[in-house]
Design a protein around this ligand. Structure first.
Ligand code: ADP
Ligand code: MG
Length: 422
């Protein structure tokens, strides 16, 4: 019997997951809720929002969906996995309490400090006066974080004391991140290159994906405001097999163990963001789902049927599965709307995607696009242009050749994705 799978979310990550699943001979029908202008070609887009858990449960039951896959963080924090499991429905992702490692930075920091997992030194505050006194004692550089989910905008890397004071006022006095800023984590600034580690987890065992690297700031040379991510490469060749093993032993394994000890067995995808400092890898944060845009690069390299992996995570049979990857490299260049991550226009016409996909090795994943008789922009990050190649250089050349064939008013992208790894 062919299977029906529902993917929840509307970004480039979800298009990439749908693209990979659509190649599985086991799939009968794919649905994406709500999906985007790209997912409509390979799946049926369902007009239900990713956080509308009651509607998603009803849809899953009435359409006899075999497996649901959660893309974004928000539904996990709202307990979508618990709601599905309570109805006997199969779903890929962690429960609400396991996902707390992402939706509360304060929880994650306390867990790491109890379990001896390397991370930036920190203090947690819920009173403005005490937080202010602390940053004044510490001085800059310093990092101020709203503890909760803040659409990727709750972290302030402050080079001056004045910036840190402004950050605290925004979070704790002006409440710009609402309840996500009720608690604030103030931490030591970590220097070093950033990498993304991903692990498939089934509640008992886990398997690491190759290391990836995202590029968070909007402009070249890591300048300007932080974004959701402007481009990725995978694998990162300077991260040796030995270094990866070390990360597994000192970070991933003890984290999963600490969660299990607290009755929060983690199933789904655990994604620690790390800084590779001169005193070793340190955790910047944990995510409880696939990275976006890491997933866009990963899906281009994955050889094994993704459905087999996701089902093994849900069923607790990961130990029996061998996960295989293509050799070579993948790159993803994000094309964003002009003005992003601040205000930007929507509803702009897009041209050139078909031409871009004629470049050898290139696949274009959609993120902020919509179709209303014509393909239009609808978000800040619009497309993820991916390419594979035998070398990182080849992958990047192909991806950039394709990027230049795509046009819409005000398009912006970083010209230096992967440059640090070449
Ligand atoms: N302690 C730190 N030192 C240096 N940079 C940091 C530190 N914490 C976070 N950052 C930077 O800020 C970005 C966002 O922080 P993160 O904790 O990952 O928050 P989120 O992804 O939830 O917005 C990181 O990708 C990293 O570049
Ligand atoms: Mg992050």
């Amino acid at each position: 019997m062919k299977k029906k799978v529902l993917i929840i979310g509307s970004g480039g990550r979800e298009h990439a997951l749908a693209w990979k699943l659509s190649q599985s001979s086991q799939i009968g029908k794919l649905f994406v809720a709500p999906g985007n202008g790209g997912t409509r070609h390979i799946a049926e887009n369902i007009g239900i929002d990713a956080i509308n858990i009651d509607e998603l449960v009803l849809f899953t039951k009435s359409n006899e969906i075999d497996l649901t896959v959660v893309g974004p963080d928000d539904p996990l924090a709202r307990g979508i996995v618990d709601a599905f499991q309570a109805q006997g429905l199969r779903i890929f992702g962690p429960t609400r309490t396991a996902a707390e490692i992402e939706w509360s930075k304060a929880f994650a920091k306390n867990l790491m400090s109890e379990a001896g997992i390397p991370t930036a030194a920190f203090e947690i505050f819920n009173e403005y006066d005490k937080a202010l006194a602390h940053v004044r004692t510490r001085g800059a550089p310093i990092v101020v974080k709203a503890s909760g989910l803040a659409l990727g905008k709750g972290v302030y890397v402050c080079n001056t004391l004045a910036q840190a004071e402004t950050a605290l006022a925004e979070i704790m006095l002006d409440h710009v991140h609402k309840d996500a800023g009720k608690e604030v984590v103030i931490e030591e600034f970590l220097d070093g290159q950033e990498i993304s580690i991903h692990a498939f987890c089934d509640g008992k065992t886990h398997v690491l994906l190759p290391p990836a690297q995202d590029h968070k700031p909007i402009h070249d040379n890591d300048t300007g405001k932080n974004t959701g991510g402007m481009g990725t490469i995978a694998p990162v060749s300077w991260v040796s097999a030995h270094a990866l093993q070390d990360i597994d032993e000192h970070i991933v394994r003890p984290t999963l163990h600490a969660l299990a000890q607290r009755e929060r067995q983690f199933s789904g995808l655990l994604y620690p963001g790390l800084k590779m400092t001169t005193s070793g890898p340190k955790v910047v944060e944990f995510n409880a789902r696939f990275g976006d845009p890491e997933t866009q690069s990963y899906m281009r390299l994955l050889k094994t049927d993704l459905l087999d992996i996701l089902e093994a995570c849900v069923d607790g049979t990961l130990a029996k599965l061998t996960i295989e990857w293509h050799s070579g490299f993948a790159a993803c260049i994000v094309i964003a709307s002009g003005g992003y991550p601040d205000k930007y226009k929507k509803g702009l016409s897009l041209r050139g995607i078909t031409d871009a996909e004629h470049v050898p090795g290139v696949v274009v994943f959609h993120a902020g696009t919509t179709f209303d008789g014509e393909l239009k922009t609808s978000g800040g990050r619009v497309l993820g242009v991916t390419a594979i190649g035998n070398t990182l250089h080849d992958a990047l050349d192909r991806a950039y050749e394709a990027v230049e064939l795509i046009e819409f008013e005000g398009k912006q992208y970083r010209k230096d994705i992967g440059a640090k790894a070449l």
